[in-house]
Design a protein around this ligand. Structure first.
Ligand SMILES: Nc1nc2c(ncn2[C@@H]2O[C@H](COP(=O)(O)OP(=O)(O)OP(=O)(O)O)[C@@H](O)[C@H]2O)c(=O)[nH]1
Ligand SMILES: [Mg+2]
Length: 298
């Protein structure tokens, strides 16, 4: 059976952007012979008709999917999209990507190749050496850099360059190990919560420098409220990390580190549970990076 990679794209008022991005991604799919590429657009009933544009594409191409719902927040949109992908398409890889052309689709084959090589998390980094971030104002650059530093401190992460990037490729098996209930649903703290969960669970990760361009059309959805929630979420991350027992030896209590067959419940997020309704058994061969994390005792 052909392996699948699903790109999850959250949208809110991105009609023009998504209409131009979907053909760019489909063109790139030709350069990914190892996987059948699917695109799930997670739209929150955008008033500008983004959903209608995507429906039109989906009618013509079965690789394009639309998940419509109420606007709760970026994190909730991601949860919905990932739940849809896991339950309906059962992909090997999930790719997170923005709709506004800030994430270059020509990097998709590289993401997939690195995942094939064994990296369970590939991060498109705006700040790694060789990256370009002219799509960010000085203020946004400062916020993102500071945010990365704070997330690393709060969650005890390795020295990453970009903890809040929205361009990532994640092994679906590692995603299934995450407790989606604990991940922030509002705003951008979802990205840092998810990253922390993945690292705590022993993700084998790599960062690749990306060129982060200015958004093509429309306006940013980042609000001050998101930044406040991001700060509050740092406290939650720190608490979760502190409340966890220290493993007796590095990675010993991480199921993935043990390299044994692992029962993975993907019912963490209710919608996944509703749709999937069962536990799956998978092999875990991912070496642990983290020595300590809330899920270490799981
Ligand atoms: N479904 C959904 N998508 C959202 C929501 N908020 C943001 N998005 C989408 O998430 C992606 C990232 O949002 P952006 O506004 O581009 O955030 P950003 O890239 O940090 O900000 P800019 O650099 O100013 O573009 C875009 O595709 C948005 O349309 C939301 O509440 N629901
Ligand atoms: Mg953007």
């Amino acid at each position: 059976m052909t392996k699948r990679a699903c790109i999850v794209i959250p949208t809110y008022n991105e009609a023009r952007n998504i209409g131009e991005l979907l053909p760019r991604i489909l063109k790139e799919a030709e350069n990914i012979p190892t996987h059948e590429l699917h695109i799930i657009v997670v739209d929150d009933n955008s008033p500008d008709g983004t959903g209608t544009v995507v429906s039109e594409f989906a009618r013509r191409d079965p690789r394009i999917h639309l998940s419509s719902g109420e606007k709760v927040g970026l994190g909730d949109a991601y949860k919905r999209g990932i739940a849809y992908a896991m339950a309906i398409l059962k992909p090997e890889l999930i790719i997170q990507m923005d709709a506004d052309h800030q994430h270059d689709p020509t990097l998709l084959p590289l993401f997939v190749n690195l995942a094939q090589y064994g990296f369970t998390l590939v991060i498109g980094s705006r700040f790694a050496p060789g990256a370009g971030n002219h799509g960010l104002s000085f203020r946004r650059r400062l916020i993102s850099r500071l945010g990365t530093m704070l997330v690393r401190l709060a969650a005890g992460l390795p020295p990453l360059y970009d903890c809040t990037s929205g361009y990532r490729c994640i092994n679906a098996q590692s995603l299934a190990q995450c407790n989606f209930r604990t991940l922030a649903t509002q705003g951008y703290s979802f990205q840092s919560s998810l990253l922390s969960e993945l690292v705590w669970n022993g993700a084998r990760l790599v960062e690749i420098p990306i060129i982060f361009s200015p958004r093509a059309h429309g306006s940013s959805k980042l609000r001050v409220r998101d930044q406040i929630e991001f700060l509050a979420n740092l406290g939650r991350l720190w608490l979760r990390r502190m409340q966890s027992p220290e493993p007796s030896e590095p990675g010993a209590r991480s199921p993935s580190a043990a390299g044994e067959g692992l029962d993975v419940s993907i019912s963490g997020y209710p919608r996944i549970g509703e749709l999937q309704g069962r536990e799956v058994r998978r092999e875990a061969r991912v070496p642990a990076v983290s020595k300590r994390g809330p899920n270490a005792a799981a």
